[in-house]
Design a protein around this ligand. Structure first.
Ligand code: FES
Length: 117
């Protein structure tokens, strides 16, 4: 399966989860996903920074930019693009849709990483 091929839509949150914050962390199959609300739209990325281990939902969101809480690297949460050092690898993103009061993401598990030789 290609990395971005839709496996299934999963209900992961409700709109009410965003009453106090524009960030919300969900857990799917041992995988942390970050949901962000930007200008009334919802976006989903991997929650773990691509630089080292930090949960981006504990970072600082300004507009569509999330700043990692550990080393202050930044990403665009709409595209997953890595924007500033020390991050160089983009975040994986997931399609998001809203049905009624529910937020769904098109989740597919990450491709397995081959063992290092
Ligand atoms: S862990 Fe995120 S910038 Fe280092």
């Amino acid at each position: 399966m290609a990395e971005n091929e839709v496996n299934e839509w999963r209900r992961v949150a409700t709109l009410a989860e965003f009453s106090d914050s524009d960030m919300y962390q969900v857990h799917i199959d041992n995988h942390f996903i970050a949901l962000f609300k930007v200008d009334g739209n919802y976006y989903a990325t991997d929650d773990v920074c691509t630089h080292a281990y930090a949960n981006l939902c504990f970072g600082y969101l300004e507009g569509d930019i999330i700043e990692c809480p550990l080393h202050q690297g930044t990403f665009n949460v709409c595209t997953g693009k890595a924007l500033s050092a020390p991050v160089i690898e983009d975040l994986r993103t997931y399609p998001v849709k809203v049905e009624g009061d529910d937020i769904l993401i098109a989740y597919s598990p990450p491709e397995p990483v081959p063992p290092k030789a």
